[in-house]
Every structure is written in C-alpha cells, then in structure tokens.
Design a protein around this ligand. Structure first.
Ligand SMILES: [Zn+2]
Length: 434
C-alpha cells in the first residue's frame, strides 16, 4: 500500500467507514487499532491478494469533451494553426457528439485510476447532466474567452457564475477558467480576479504555453500576434511576459492553477511561487506541440508545486501500442522517459498530493490517511514495497479496480482481484496481503 504521505507499507490495510478512510497501517496495526477502539473487526473484510493499492489519482488539467477528437488534428505548422483547426472542428460538432466525447473521457479516466478531474468545461448547457453521469469527482472550471464575441466582461462572468451556481452539488467542485491571456481581454481577467478575491472562486488559466504566445506579449510579434491583431486590441502586447500579464491584471492574487508555463522570463517563477500558484505540466501534449523545454528545475527551485494533467486527446499522439487513452499513468510514463532523473516518488506526488493541494483539498484527496476520502486504485503487484511506485508508472492499460468515496466504481472485466460492492455498507476494510 502506498499512502503517498508515508512510506509504502507491506501487507497494508485501509479501514474505510462510509466515504472516508478511518485508519491505514499494516494489517496487524489495523487489527490492533480496531480491537483497542471499537472491539473486534466489524463489517466485511476484503482481502485483495497480491496487489498494490494507491490513492485515486488527481488530474490537474483536462478537456474531457475533446476525447473523441483523438487523431483528428495534426501538430503541423505553428500553434495558431492548431487552434484554428480545433475551432473549426468544434463548430462542426453537435451536442450529442460533445456529450459522447466527454463521457468517453470520463470512462477512460475511471478505468485508468483517476478519481478526480480538474476539467475545462465548454458545454455550459450540458454540464449538469454530464457531471451527474459519472462517479468521478469533477471540478468543473467553466471556460471564458470573449475575444471573438466582443461581449462585456462583467456579463461573461455573471453568466458563468450563474451556470456554476445552478449546478446540483456533486462529489467535485466548480471554478472559473479565463482561457488564456491571448483569448481574453485584460478587463475579463480583472473582473475574474476580483470575483476570486471577493468570493473565493478557484481559477485556472492556460498561460505561457507556446513561443508565439510569449512573443505576442513580450515583443508584439510572431504568428499568434499577427493572427489576432485584427481580432483583439493589442495595447496589452509588448509589455512583458504572459506571467507578468496575468500578474498585472490581478490573476495571481488568488492561488492560480497555471497550466503549461513553458516560457518563463526574469522572475516569473518567483512571482508564481510568492503568489501561491501551482503549475500544471501535460507531458504528452507538450511533446505533441514540441513546445520549449519545460523548466521544471527553475519552477521547483523557486518553490512552485508542479502537478500533472492530461490536457486532451486532441493534442496527444498515438504510441507504439496504438491510439492514446486519457490516462495519468500514461502521462507519468511519458514523463519518466523524457526525464529519467525524476524519482518515482516525486512523480507520484504530481498526480496525488500536489494537485489535491492546488484544488484546496490537502489531506482530503490524493493520499491514503485517516480522514481522507476513500478514493483508491488497485493494480496487480507481487514485488517489494521498495519498487512499488515504479510499478504504477510502468503499468499499462486499465487498472484492476477503482474506488471512489468507499464504492468500487470500476472493476476490470475478468479481474482476479476479489472486489465487489456487495456488503459494503458498514465498515468495509480493504486488506492487501502478500
Ligand atoms: Zn488545456
């Protein structure tokens, strides 16, 4: 068992009560705790056999609705060419296609052990139904742009807040996503920043993703600047880096989930750290676009926590095994091959405790500990605790089982792990024995 906030435990056990974890430890420790506090073991005991148990993974950046766009766009040309391609594709899709695509992404996430997704939402009118159709903890960040529509920033924000407030409560949460510096006006960034400061809205934003974006804000030049010159006012270009742009308009005043951040300038990293921002790196999307090298060392040295995201399958290449699926485990493996110096433990933090903290849910998600939510993933494993984190990174395909809030929500067909939801009503105890 890999609690993440503690060293791996051989013959580990998780005591689950309702939606939450009541205790974790070795099987013998759990038995002792139980006999000391509430008499002998009550409720069913599930012995999972030779497996490894991890907390459910937390995806810090995703576009579930683009899942079925896999293979439809090519990374040829400059970054703006890809944006034009996806805008055309989106304009041709029906509500039914977006819905099927979103749900396909949610299913792939569940099957590959992700239990929480920070998702960028573009289908406001379909959102309540989509969120209700998956057991995942969905943190819906509603996307806002406004460049092409030219609508009033206050109106855009008010409508987004109205949509989010109208959603029935579910296992996840909600937030706001001004799309990116180039696709929003400074006024929109300012009203969103004010709302975040005033009412505590959580915010995420794509920023400093590509060289054309960097050149646009830093130097008033490049392919993105030329494309957008006639579509948005350009007085905000040529004044500094994209991170400085967000800072200038207040978006760093609240803890921002800053997505991509491939182009840094001057004290950008220190600025992010000082303002409590987290950065989301999306390894396969990064490789697809051949973006400038991700500056992990600079960010880490400055004290910026790094999280991993899948981005979308519209910007993920097929691998040798075939078409890609939306999987954080596949992102971990891609990152491990990009940078073999990273330790498995460090990488695991980027899909568990770091994104949990970035979503304001430290000690609640991304770890197996007393009081945390009972979100787990199970993979077959018969090795030693010393190499168990590596086993997750090298795991291919669906996981054996995924639990969310104390219920098994995914069990692989033909899975040899004896999991079921029958009898999971009182105090189920999940045990791993060697
Ligand atoms: Zn994205």
């Amino acid at each position: 068992m890999v609690p993440v906030t503690a060293l791996p435990i051989h013959d580990g056990a998780v005591w689950i009560s309702g939606h939450q974890i009541r205790a974790v430890g070795s099987w013998s420790e759990i038995q002792e705790i139980q006999s000391g506090t509430s008499g002998p073991v009550t409720g069913p005991v599930t012995d999972l056999g030779a497996v490894a148990l991890f907390p459910g993974l937390v995806n810090a950046h995703c576009h579930l609705d683009y899942t079925a766009m896999v293979g439809l766009l090519t990374p040829q040309g400059e970054f703006p060419d890809w944006i034009k391609g996806i805008l055309t594709l989106k304009s041709q899709w029906t509500d039914a296609e977006f819905e099927a695509s979103w749900l396909l992404g949610a299913r792939q996430q569940l099957e590959t052990g992700t239990t929480t997704v920070a998702n960028i939402e573009t289908r406001a009118h379909q959102l309540a139904g989509l969120r209700a159709a998956t057991p995942l903890r969905i943190f819906s960040f509603l996307e806002m742009t406004g460049i092409r529509s030219g609508r009033e920033p206050e109106r855009i924000l008010a409508e987004a807040i109205e949509v989010l407030k109208s959603l029935p409560p579910n296992r996840g949460g909600v937030g706001l996503s001004p799309h990116a510096p180039y696709s929003t006006s400074p006024e929109l960034l300012r009203v969103v920043a004010d709302a975040a400061r005033r009412d505590g809205w959580r915010i995420t934003c794509h920023v400093a993703e590509s060289e054309p974006e960097f050149d646009m804000f830093m130097y008033r030049r490049g392919s993105l600047f030329s494309w957008l010159e006639n579509q948005r006012p350009s007085e905000d270009c040529g004044l500094g880096s994209p991170i400085q742009h967000l800072h200038r308009h207040g978006l760093l005043d609240s803890p921002l989930l800053a997505v991509h951040v491939n182009c840094l300038w001057g004290d950008d990293a220190l600025r992010l750290a000082a303002r409590g921002a987290s950065v989301v790196h999306c390894p396969r999307s990064h490789a697809y676009f051949s973006h400038p090298r991700f500056q992990r060392e600079v960010l880490t040295e400055a004290g910026v926590p790094i999280c991993l995201g899948t981005d979308s399958l519209a910007s993920t290449r097929a691998s040798r095994e075939g078409p890609p699926v939306l999987s954080l485990i596949d992102e971990l493996r891609a990152m491990a091959s990009d940078d073999p110096s990273l330790s498995p433990r460090q990488m695991l933090a980027e899909v568990t405790i770091n994104p949990a903290r970035a979503l304001g849910l430290k000690s609640v998600l991304g770890e197996l500990s007393t009081g945390a939510l009972a979100d787990l993933l199970v993979i077959p494993y018969a090795g030693s605790p010393a190499t168990v984190e590596e086993a997750l990174i090298h795991h291919r395909g669906p996981v054996a089982a995924t639990m969310i809030g104390g219920r098994w929500e995914w069990i692989a067909p033909g899975c040899s792990v004896p999991v079921s939801n029958s009898g999971l009503t009182s105090s189920p105890l999940v045990r791993h024995s060697p």
